[in-house]
Design a protein around this ligand. Structure first.
Ligand SMILES: [Zn+2]
Length: 136
C-alpha cells in the first residue's frame, strides 16, 4: 500500500499510539470485545489513526479525552488559567486536526463515532456502539 501520510501526520500517528492504551481506551476496547465485535487498533493508513477500526462495517471509533479534544460543553474541557494563550492555541489546533481527520474519513466512506472520556461509564454506551455499527 502506498504510504500517503506526510511526515507530520506520521509523527502525529506515532505520538498518539505511544500515548495510547490509556484507561478510557482500554475500557472501551474491553466493552466492544465483550459485545463480540473484533477490531483493528490504530490503523496508521487512516486519517487520525482511529483507535478502533471495524473494516467489515467500514466504521471507526475514536476515544477522546475531554480536555485534549475540547469536548463541547463538558466541565473537563476548560482551558487552564495560566498560559491561557498557549493552551488556547494548542487545544484549537487539536480541534482543527480532529475535524480534518473526520472529514477525510467520511469522504473515504468511513462512518465515524467519537466516544468521550466522560461518557465511558454511561450504561447506554454499549447500545450506542451497537447502533453505530449497524446503522448505515
Ligand atoms: Zn466530556
Amino acid at each position: 500500500m502506498a504510504d500517503t501520510l506526510t511526515a507530520a501526520e506520521r509523527s502525529e500517528c506515532m505520538r498518539r499510539i505511544r500515548g495510547k492504551n490509556t484507561k478510557p481506551e482500554m475500557i472501551v476496547r474491553r466493552l466492544v470485545f465483550s459485545m463480540g465485535y473484533r477490531y483493528r487498533l490504530h490503523r496508521r493508513d487512516l486519517p487520525g489513526c482511529p483507535d478502533l477500526v471495524f473494516p467489515r462495517f467500514r466504521k471507526v471509533l475514536f476515544v477522546h479525552g475531554c480536555f485534549w479534544h475540547s469536548h463541547p460543553g463538558c466541565k473537563r474541557a476548560t482551558v487552564p488559567k495560566s498560559n491561557k494563550d498557549y493552551w488556547y492555541l494548542k487545544l484549537e489546533n487539536n480541534r482543527i486536526r480532529d475535524d480534518a481527520n473526520q472529514i477525510a474519513l467520511l469522504s473515504q466512506g468511513w462512518g465515524v463515532m467519537v466516544i468521550w472520556e466522560c461518557e465511558i461509564k454511561n450504561s447506554y454506551l454499549a447500545e450506542k456502539i451497537r447502533q453505530f455499527l449497524h446503522t448505515d
